[in-house]
Design a protein around this ligand. Sequence first.
Ligand code: SAM
Ligand code: DTB
Ligand code: SF4
Length: 335
Amino acid sequence: MSSVLEQALTFHAPRPGPTPAAQGPWSVDAVEALFNLPFPELMHQAQTVHRAHFDPTRVEFATLLSVKTGGCPEDCNYCPQAARFDTGVEASKLMEPAEVRIAAQRAKDAGATRFCMGAAWRSPKDRDIEKVAELVRTVKALGLETCATLGMLEDGQAQTLQGAGLDYYNHNLDSAPDFYGNVITTRQYQDRLDTLARVRSAGVKVCCGGIVGMGETRRQRAGLVAELANLTPHPESVPINNLVKVEGTPLADQADLDPFEFVRTIAVARITMPTARVRLSAGRQQMGDGVQALCFLAGANSIFYGDKLLTTGNPDTEADVRLLERLGMRRAAPA
Ligand code: SAM
Ligand code: DTB
Ligand code: SF4
């Protein structure tokens, strides 16, 4: 390889100087203006920001495990785990540490660096938190980064999890404030912001994103991204989920989102939250390799890795390893 080409293909450490992304606060108008850019312009801006902060060839692998499945009292219209929808998901009790250790070890052996435990709770009780703290200690002891998503937290609960070694707490805003009520009525937007504030003040890193493809407008997608980007500081980790349509949920027959609109959402998240891990999350199985590759070009640098999300499917690990190989990309090293 010629040295010029070699140089062109080598990752350069971030250089000082302006990037095209102005820092927040972000108005919905400004975020919508990014969405409205011609696709090549938007991709160029996203790439420029991405390369200023990350090696664009590296993707983080995070594995999910549903440690307590189904039977949830909430009414999130997209969710297969809500007890009120007939989706065929069986409710289960919280898993024991020994079972979780086996799953986490398997994830680590397959190449994951972050392990995220999800529970279908509205809000955990203090005795649930004690049990999850034990799961966190178990996973942490294997040398994995830990993440949990358990619903709304009360004062003190995030501190307990932090003390057990929790690195990230996932709690999504899910959609724009003016669309949210169409999807969830059993908890308010402000409840979510309150939980995020508790997580932040306990010193646990914030993983917060949303779902697109639920029938929202482009302006409402911009509204979601503006809310995320205006959290101060912005979340360290931003999962962007494409709705997985599950039979039995009210959103089962929702029309597909244009895949380019999904890619745009990733690009806009990257530009407005330059140092976040933007995770190409639910919906990859339905997406096709080409769209996924565009998402990586748009600045996505994390995926859920493993054959299952919480209750629905995800590409198998061999397919993901092969996809990155075909793109000349690699798994990100542990933090
Ligand atoms: N019960 C907790 C809560 O709601 O915060 C934690 C688990 S909940 C399943 C975590 C996130 O998964 C939701 O906030 C939502 O963004 C995402 N999710 C759930 N069902 C989904 C679906 N069908 N398609 C895409 N994302 C989904
Ligand atoms: C997130 O934003 N997406 C993940 C994780 N955080 C917990 C969950 C996706 C769930 C998709 C539907 C299911 O598998 O049940
Ligand atoms: Fe329950 Fe979370 Fe599903 Fe909502 S998204 S129904 S809170 S498990």
